[in-house]
Design a binder for this molecule. Structure first.
Ligand code: SF4
Length: 350
């Protein structure tokens, strides 16, 4: 038994669980290839231009799986993950969208998770996911879900310790848990706030983690926070939960905005994304209130890497200057004393 899973959208949240679950049931997973320009172009050609980039990319990944000869593709409909907390309409209607735009011969394995309107929880979702593959034994499904949780929890333990996404996923799939123990000191720290599919897809985020590392900047994400920390962030902003990713976006942003060890916040959102535009407006206002520098980057398929990187570099440069002047003021160095950039960097390091 073989199924295809597109390396897009919910892949970046739930793949560790799905990997443990499906493989425990003896189902082989074929992933689409990492996103390329062709993935974006192919996906964009089939949907209306107003569609957000992550959905265009998702369609491109479906086409990639079909080109690989996969005829059963898992396309979940994740409506609501908790009572009265909803995903955006595009994610909720994903199977219908794919059925209507990809006119090729294949089976969509769809399953619905809806904790609000239909009270369809995880087990019903899992039963629906494997029924088309002939697996109906509920106890066996329950047993396989334990393996799913094991891989998922190991993955999050590693991400929480600061290990990068790809490494954490690889180790979790190998049943390993490796904890990050880097002692490197970074002069500047930034919080990256975005959906996992905008952050960990190297093509969409244009390898922002590598870029920041090259600039000697430590990047933090929602994955390094506990649920309680994000919840406290939401409370501090007096923000009510409505969107499925509100904890990771608003809660994490609020936490890092309050954190004095974080020098600035970068948000990445897809052009035309309704939920993000609401969340980012509140985040930006809160950052302004607490005087935390914030850079909002909006992306679509036309976004050029050069402009994207220039904005990040300018923001980081501003943070270096802000921190430098703060430290120089603190240790009361006369303005007439000129320090070179390397000397300043060394001051910041200690
Ligand atoms: S939340 Fe925004 S970016 Fe994500 S699928 Fe919905 S509209 Fe697109």
């Amino acid at each position: 038994m073989k199924i295809g899973i597109p390396r897009a959208l919910s892949y970046y949240s739930y793949f560790p669980f799905l990997y443990g679950f499906f493989t425990d049931l003896g189902i082989e997973i074929i992933l689409s290839d990492p996103t390329t320009k062709k993935t974006m172009t192919d996906g964009s050609a089939l949907v209306v231009p107003e569609t957000c980039l992550p959905v265009k990319v998702y369609v491109g990944h479906i086409l990639n799986l079909l080109d690989k000869g996969i005829d059963k593709i898992f396309v979940p409909s994740i409506q609501s993950i908790a009572p009265k907390i909803y995903n955006c309409s595009k994610i909720r209607g994903l199977p219908d969208l794919i059925r209507n735009v990809v006119k090729r011969d294949f089976t969509i394995i769809e399953a619905t998770l809806d904790k609000s309107e239909k009270n369809q929880g995880l087990y019903s979702f899992l039963q629906e996911s494997v029924k088309p593959l002939g697996i109906t034994d509920f106890d066996r499904i329950k047993e396989a879900s334990k393996k799913g949780w094991k891989v998922y929890n190991n993955f999050h333990i590693m991400m929480n310790s600061g290990i990068g996404y790809k490494k954490a996923l690889k180790y979790a799939m190998e049943n390993k848990v490796i904890i990050s123990n880097t002692n490197k000191i970074y002069p500047v720290s930034i919080a990256l706030i975005a959906h996992g599919y905008n952050l960990y897809d190297d093509r969409i985020s244009m390898k922002i983690f590598d870029k920041l590392e090259n600039l000697d900047v430590k990047a933090y994400t929602a994955e390094q926070l506990t649920h309680e920390q994000m919840s406290e962030g939401l409370n501090a902003m007096n923000s009510r939960l409505y969107w499925a990713n509100e904890y990771e976006i608003t809660g994490a942003a609020a936490h890092y905005i309050q954190d004095r060890t974080i020098d600035g916040v970068i948000t990445i959102n897809a052009f035309g994304c309704g939920p993000d535009s609401l969340m980012l407006e509140r985040i930006s206002r809160y950052a302004r209130k607490l005087n935390k520098p914030i850079l909002n980057l909006s992306i679509d398929e036309q976004t050029g890497e050069a402009g994207f990187i220039t904005r990040i570099e300018a923001f980081v440069d501003m943070l270096y200057r802000k921190k430098r002047s703060g430290i120089l003021n603190k240790i009361n160095i006369k303005r007439s004393e000129k320090y070179t950039d390397i000397e300043i960097k060394n001051i910041l390091r200690h």
